[in-house]
Design a protein around this ligand. Structure first.
Ligand code: NAD
Length: 465
């Protein structure tokens, strides 16, 4: 696989003169070498997107919807190929990668259907008629992390294109391959040249340039809270719109009246899925003290049964971490009372075992996002204590509540400072429902019809009659 012009901006950059390797984290083997884009290429990509904007925003809604539907169909048609690219590049189990590709297609179908359902209104006023219009923003920069590269790209591309914007999509340096393939499918679908541009290069160079570029109207960013802060600062110079989907430290709250077997069987998937490299990971498992010992025992058994190994194998449930550097960072969190540590394959690969640690909410492991297969088990005394501990974090992205008491489930759901919650489930994302954070997990919403608000501007027109 190689970077392919003209849509892929990847000429050897001024900043890094050596090509960089895209590596399979399960084998440590290079999949492909790509050339890094630099500031010049970022500017070229923005210029191309800007040139394509007037024609794209003028495409009739029906036709724009048809093109998006064709792209969705191509993603489905090439589903297995895309899943293999994603599995190899991220080290994620192939079964999960297939599901993610399926979701990306659903997302694109959803926004194809939304093109002519997101519209203005007439407002009763005196002396005339008042109309609102939903206008596209122009060129939008979409900055994506390495944990769900294709999926998160689709969450941003779908609404951005549906609203009539043109885009520069910047995947993470470690995982650009599915975005590059998607860019080819965009062209094959008949979406005109320049509407979608993929920029492969370092975040601090090309990402930063997009954030500061005067011709970029909005940044749709998903990544760490730390980089998100810089994006917000960088966007201030041009009063750029930003959507920030950032880190999390979510709670899995298990009450003693829950179906403990079911909760314990599900809990490993809530934190070890994607090897814990999931912004929605419920990495703080809060358990009511009276059920703590029983739940811990069930959880250890369920965690020990996770199939860790070759991501290409259909039976595998957890693969390696993304890189050696990341593994070192994850390992730095683990000390104290280790309740369980799993096995990992021998040989190459950035493996890290599933790890359960008994902790308090003041420990570093409970305060910072680990972004690896490490969970903190924390006891609580009653409902009030559970809510207090769950909310005692700067983050507010997701979380689960396990209880057989429906009124309690709703009470706790209303009390938690978090954007995406589930009751008796691990589920966080669906193409049709809003997704996003409270507090330092960011702002703005992706997915569902809400995302369209983030890629359009409301214009008000008064006509005197
Ligand atoms: P990261 O913040 O390091 O990088 C994210 C993206 O930003 C990458 O494409 C990177 O190249 C780019 N970038 C880096 N520096 C930049 C800069 N100065 N200006 C502009 N762009 C820059 O995050 P990561 O390590 O790729 O991903 C892991 C993080 O993403 C975790 O914190 C995770 O919680 C978060 N995440 C959040 C969500 C969500 O929806 N809330 C989803 C997935 C991941």
């Amino acid at each position: 696989m190689s970077a392919r012009p003209p849509r892929v901006v990847g000429r050897r950059g001024e900043i890094a003169r050596v090509p960089f390797s895209v590596v399979n984290p399960a084998t440590e083997q290079t999949i492909v070498e790509l050339d890094e884009a630099g500031v010049d290429e970022a500017d070229q990509a923005v210029a191309r997107a800007r040139a394509a904007y007037p024609a794209w925003r003028a495409v009739a809604p029906n036709d724009r919807a048809r093109l998006l539907r064709r792209l969705a169909a191509l993603v489905e048609e090439h589903g297995e190929e895309l899943a293999r690219i994603e599995s190899q590049n991220v080290g994620k189990p192939i079964v999960g990668a297939r599901a993610e590709v399926g979701m990306a297609a659903d997302v694109l179908h959803f926004y194809a259907g939304a093109v002519d359902k997101h519209h203005g209104e007439t407002i009763p006023v005196g002396g005339g008629v008042d109309l609102t219009f939903r206008e596209p923003l122009g060129v939008v920069g979409l900055i994506v992390p390495w944990n769900f590269p294709l999926n998160i790209s689709s969450w941003k591309l779908g609404p951005a294109l549906a609203c009539g914007n043109t885009v520069v999509l910047k995947p993470a340096e470690l995982t650009p391959l599915s975005a590059l393939r998607l860019a080819e499918l965009v062209l094959e679908a008949g979406i005109p040249e320049g509407v979608v541009n993929v920029l492969v290069g370092p975040g601090r160079v090309v990402g930063q340039r997009l954030v500061e570029h005067p011709d970029v109207a909005k940044i749709g960013f998903t990544g760490s809270t730390e980089v998100g802060r810089g994006v917000m600062r960088g966007a201030a110079g041009t009063i750029k719109r930003v959507t920030l989907e950032l880190g999390g430290k979510s709670a899995n709250v298990v009450f003693a009246d829950a179906d403990l077997e079911r909760a314990a069987a599900a809990a490993p998937y809530a934190v070890f899925d994607n090897a814990g490299q999931d912004c929605c990971a419920r990495s703080r498992i809060l358990v009511e003290r009276s059920a703590y010992d029983r739940f811990a025992e069930l959880l250890v058994t369920a965690t020990g049964a996770l199939a860790v190994g070759d991501p290409a194998d259909d039976a595998t449930e957890m693969g390696p971490l993304i890189s050696a550097d990341h593994r070192e960072r994850v390992a730095s969190f683990v000390d104290g009372d280790v309740l369980f540590r799993g096995d990992v394959p021998e040989g190459p690969g950035y493996w890290y075992p599933c790890t359960l640690v008994e902790a308090t909410n003041d420990d570093r492991i409970a305060r910072e996002e680990v972004f690896g297969p490490v969970a903190a088990l924390i006891p609580f005394t009653d409902e009030e204590d559970a809510v207090r501990i769950a909310n005692d974090t700067p983050y507010g992205l997701s979380g689960s509540i396990w209880t057989e008491n429906g009124a309690r489930a709703l009470r706790v759901a209303r009390a938690l400072e978090s954007g995406v919650l589930s009751v008796n489930s691990n589920s966080s994302v669906r193409h049709s429902t809003p997704f996003g954070g409270f507090k330092q997990s960011g702002f703005g919403r992706e997915l569902g019809l809400n995302a369209l608000d983030g890629y359009s501007e409301v214009k008000n027109v008064f006509v005197a009659t």
